[in-house]
Design a protein. Structure first.
Length: 203
């Protein structure tokens, strides 16, 4: 994580939804390609879609820095991780709030990032679910003891209060939507969130 005074996000997190895996429909590969031409900030694509084994590689080939698929949707997550990496992207695996971490630990050895959802995926502006922090703590221990090498990411309801809780639990990377885009000064909001995360990292 960059210094606490920085006002620029490290990544642009892009939610791709298909109205099947989740009830909302957002954007797809053509928009992501346009975004990639418009910014030099790395694009973090979160694919909340059915059949990511078929569609995810296109996002990696387009130039996304990190492509995250859902454990609940991937047919062959190990192979998909290898294919994403071969296409030039980091490979991320996401789990919903009610999906346990333990069955996916071995699979996560093939991934670069673990995205723990702290809301049910599909819509922004939802309330943070603190019960997922037990999964964060378990993942943090696995990383700290060398059993996993993933970056721990969290998404859903992150604001000036919940980012402190998440940082103390061991999160590395925080996805903030409403807390930034609804702020009067989004750059200042990024700086404030970053400062809080840095101050409380690991308790």
């Amino acid at each position: 994580m960059a210094g606490s005074g920085d006002t620029r996000a490290d990544w642009v997190h892009v939610d791709v939804m298909d109205a099947h895996f989740v009830p909302n429909l957002t954007l797809g590969l053509p928009v992501v390609k346009a975004l990639l031409k418009s910014t030099d900030v790395p694009i973090d694509c979160h694919l909340m879609i059915d059949d990511p084994d078929r569609w995810a590689i296109g996002y990696a080939e387009a130039g996304a820095y990190n492509v995250t698929v859902h454990a609940e949707a991937a047919a062959d997550p190990r192979r998909l991780a290898a294919d994403l990496r071969a296409a030039g992207a980091k490979a991320g695996l996401s789990i919903k709030p009610n999906t346990p971490l333990e069955p996916w630990v071995e699979v996560l050895r093939h991934y670069d990032t673990l995205l723990i959802m702290s809301v049910e995926p599909g819509f922004g502006g939802q309330k943070f679910m603190p019960e997922v922090l037990d999964k964060v703590r378990a993942a943090r221990q696995l990383v700290d003891t060398g059993h996993l090498t993933v970056l721990i990411e969290i998404d859903g309801g992150i604001n000036e209060d919940t980012i402190v809780q998440a940082a103390e639990a061991g999160v590395d990377c925080f996805v903030a939507g409403s807390a930034v885009y609804s702020a009067d000064d989004p750059a200042a909001a990024v700086a404030d969130l970053r400062a809080r995360a840095v101050a409380h990292r690991g308790g």
